[in-house]
Write a protein that binds this ligand. Structure first.
Ligand SMILES: Nc1nc2c(ncn2[C@@H]2O[C@H](COP(=O)(O)OP(=O)(O)OP(=O)(O)O)[C@@H](O)[C@H]2O)c(=O)[nH]1
Ligand SMILES: [Mg+2]
Ligand SMILES: [Zn+2]
Length: 293
């Protein structure tokens, strides 16, 4: 007999909220030594009384968006179609972190778009435009929105892109991820916070990943995640990283196979950056990652 399947909407340690197609959310615990579920996982479960369930197993994942330090990895979400990296001119965003998220997605075959938010901060917006154009040149889809004051314009841009897909919103704290969720999912009621408050206490307003169904199209899911200050890529090798930079795909090979793309003669990336064929800042950030192997 096959067990019913459900989607993991949220996790709190070994406790999860799961939902079977057409069903109500259930509070679930994992049995024994089964793999720890991640938001976005499909799990097989046994119903257990009113609104409760036991997770028996986790279905093999199509992909896993994660960050990792040498001895520790942190899963963000599984079975993801696309990652929306949310950035804004305030608080200051780090393009190094943006690049790290991009690579973590690419190596798992997760499509990436950038949502540049807080377009109303006009003075700070201007300097951002050059970077957005560099991202577009690298073939990223870039949305420019003002989630707070231009709701309909933001919805018009984002809803078609999110239709029928599972989208993770990720980015530093205070960029406006939860504000976007509240826009796209009117019943979400995700807490959002004043920037000075959030930074003053060093706290993130959103503390764990949570999935919402988008009503405007079937099979559309949105996952809000907590902000972060670092995003380790210990699980990504130098060569995987190279192949995860879309703008490097058409370049000639470097003279040396093990080129670190820094000082070696005949480095195809450095030459392309010097000639303006690829963005020099993204090249600098890529080398700075120091990926090995
Ligand atoms: N000026 C302006 N402020 C905005 C905009 N969108 C969001 N904000 C504000 O930015 C602050 C942070 O927004 P959140 O949605 O809580 O940010 P978050 O990315 O979810 O932050 P964490 O949960 O900590 O990761 C809030 O005070 C929002 O009101 C916008 O378009 N313009
Ligand atoms: Mg949030
Ligand atoms: Zn090179």
């Amino acid at each position: 007999m096959s067990l019913p399947q459900a989607r993991v909407l949220a996790t709190h340690g070994r406790q999860c909220v799961i939902q079977a197609p057409g069903g109500e959310p259930l509070l679930a615990v994992t049995r024994g030594r089964s793999r720890e579920p991640v938001v976005g996982d499909q799990v097989n479960f046994t119903p257990d009384g009113d609104r409760q369930a036991v997770i028996e197993s986790v279905v093999t994942r199509r992909n896993l968006l994660q960050r990792s330090e040498a001895h520790r990895s942190k899963a963000l979400a599984a079975n993801v179609d696309q990652l929306a990296i949310v950035l804004a001119p305030e608080p200051v965003f780090s393009e190094a972190l943006v690049l790290r998220m991009m690579l973590a997605a690419h190596v798992e075959n997760i499509a990436v778009a950038v949502i540049a938010n807080k377009q109303d901060l006009t003075a700070a917006w201007q300097p951002l435009l050059g970077r957005l154009s560099a991202m577009r040149q690298a073939e990223y889809l870039v949305f420019e929105v003002c989630a707070k004051h231009q709701a309909q314009e933001a919805l018009d841009q984002l809803q078609p892109w999110m239709a029928g897909r599972s989208t993770v919103l990720a980015g530093q704290s205070g960029m406006g991820k939860s504000t976007l969720v509240n826009l796209l999912v009117p019943h979400a009621h995700q807490a959002t916070q004043n920037i000075s408050l959030a930074l003053g206490t060093g706290k993130h307003t959103t503390t764990s990943a949570k999935t919402f169904a988008l009503d405007h199209a079937p099979e559309s899911w949105l996952i809000d995640t907590p902000g972060f200050q670092n995003f380790g890529l210990a699980h990504i090798s130098a060569s995987q990283g190279f192949h995860a930079m879309p703008e490097y795909a058409g370049l000639a090979r470097c003279r040396f196979n093990n080129c670190s793309h820094q000082t070696e003669p005949g480095c195809a990336i450095r030459d392309a950056a010097a000639e303006g064929k690829v963005d020099a800042e993204r090249y600098r950030l890529f080398v700075e990652l120091g990926l090995e192997g």
